[in-house]
Design a protein around this ligand. Structure first.
Ligand SMILES: O=C(O)C(=O)Cc1ccc(O)cc1
Ligand SMILES: [Fe+2]
Length: 455
């Protein structure tokens, strides 16, 4: 079957998310293909030291060592990898084991050399962070062909990978910045992760005590930060090339806190198990946290992975016990929370408000229920770039819109501590600094009205 012919970007209708417009970005990918995205498969991080990264995730976050690629006589000559897992969350840490320049006498295949070069380049440009958000799919080749025909950049054509445990078909395309999406289709694979990774049985002592588990379930969503004005183009890419659609929530994503501002559109796979919010800076009084990310990441990239749990009190209690620090929320938030709870009439709140306050969790309510969330204070690397969110849902399917103010104020306190809450340098930085809070929100409304008039 030959690939479909490329279609021009004009075939995508963009309409900002309103309840009168239940479609948002609409793309012509056939339904059977859209349905072939199953879930997040793993997140691959480019690392300087994959072993240290794995160790942090095991000892601090309760992940278990799952698999490894280590240097062998005729395999894994350029890169080594450690894979950890907690529930259905699988994280792979990949590190170069030699300099990325060819030397005589080094036994390394062309393919392994290319992989070494790409990880080394990612590290050089962005530091440690997520370089590949891997999706499990049913029709790898068809999805890949569609994506390429609709403007995606190919990194690796579909190829069968086989070891004694069976085969997977995998292909890789590029998304925003230098971030990749690998599409993995299990053919008959029964190994622990992917072909040629060896299972690892060793357990760090703290994880062998079953009364101290951190109960994660799966990746809930994965946020991608973009540069100024780049959100729409990236969302259109997800619609046109990947067949994703806009996911509506009642969150108000035009957040202008005292200083920084941002905008988000959530893109999701057909089954909505893969949610990829796309965020960009907006005009505020000071540098947006998104702008800070883009500056220190040297371009767009994955900002946070949200890890879903069914018991956030247990998960955060145990992570704190292990030494993980979380964002700090003002005591006033919990005074207000007790008022908000009184006005809430959805499914009953199962958690104790004193526990919620003691752990500094954030709570958001809507008509379907509520969600609890918090954010790890430290970034994953030494740069102020990617970090983790911990989230529990009890009905509510949003992203914590009611917490954005408290959250962003907390994030901004850290940003100020780093000396990065200075005037922003966006395309609109000629705007006077005393620009009124909330003005950005008005501007978005004008644009929305304008876009609606156009069709
Ligand atoms: O939207 C989400 O997924 C959130 O968890 C909230 C959020 C949005 C943007 C940020 O820079 C930080 C947090
Ligand atoms: Fe999030």
């Amino acid at each position: 079957m030959s690939a479909p012919a490329p279609i021009p970007p004009a075939d995508i209708t963009y309409m900002p998310g309103t309840t009168s417009n239940p479609f948002g970005y609409v793309a012509p990918m056939p339904k059977h293909l859209r349905e072939s995205y199953l879930n997040f498969f793993s997140a691959r991080f480019a690392c300087a030291n994959a072993k240290a990264m794995a160790h942090y995730h095991e000892s601090m976050m309760g992940f278990r060592a799952l698999a490894r690629r280590e240097m062998e006589k005729d395999r894994n000559r350029g890169l080594c990898a450690e894979v950890v897992q907690n529930g259905k969350i699988t994280l792979e840490f990949v590190a170069p084991v030699m300099p990325a320049h060819r030397e005589e006498g080094l036994k390394i295949s062309d393919e392994e050399y290319e992989d070494l070069e790409s990880v080394s380049l990612f590290l050089q440009r962005h530091g440690e962070g997520v370089m590949d958000v891997v999706f499990e799919v049913k029709k790898c080749k068809e999805l890949y062909d569609w994506a390429i025909a609709h403007g995606a950049h190919s990194v690796a054509e579909p190829a069968l990978r086989t070891d004694v445990y069976g085969s997977v078909l995998a292909a890789t395309i590029r998304t925003y910045g230098d971030v990749l999406h690998t599409l993995v289709e299990r053919i008959d694979y029964s190994g622990c992760y992917l072909p040629w990774y060896k299972p690892v049985e060793t357990v760090v002592p703290i994880n062998s005590d079953l009364s101290h588990t951190v109960p994660f379930v799966k990746i809930d969503h994965c946020v991608g930060n973009q540069d100024w004005n780049q959100m729409e183009g990236v969302c259109k890419f997800y619609a046109r090339a990947l067949g994703f659609h806009q996911y509506f929530t009642d969150d108000d994503y035009n957040v202008t806190t005292e200083y920084s501002a941002l905008e988000t559109t959530v893109m999701a796979s057909e089954n909505e198990k893969i949610k990829m919010p796309i965020t960009m800076p907006a005009i505020g009084k000071r540098m947006s946290q998104v702008e800070e990310f883009v500056r220190y990441n040297n371009g767009p990239g994955v900002q946070h992975l949200a890890l879903l749990t069914e018991d956030i009190v247990a998960a955060v209690t145990e992570m704190r016990r292990r030494g993980v620090q979380f964002i700090e929320v003002s005591p006033q938030y919990y005074v207000d929370l007790r008022d908000r709870v009184r006005d809430y009439h959805g499914p009953p709140i199962m958690e104790n408000l004193d526990d919620i306050e003691a752990l500094n969790l954030l709570v958001d309510f809507n008509k379907d229920g509520y969600l609890l969330q918090t954010f790890v204070k430290d970034h994953i690397s030494s740069r102020p770039t990617a970090f983790y969110e911990i989230i529990q849902r009890r009905g509510a399917q949003g992203f914590g819109g009611g917490n954005f103010r408290a959250l962003f104020e907390s994030i901004e306190r850290e940003q100020a501590r780093r000396g990065n809450l200075h005037p922003h340098s966006g395309p609109q930085s000629q705007y006077p600094e005393e620009e009124k809070e909330g003005e950005n929100r008005g501007r978005r409304r004008e644009r929305t009205a304008h876009a609606a008039k156009q069709d």
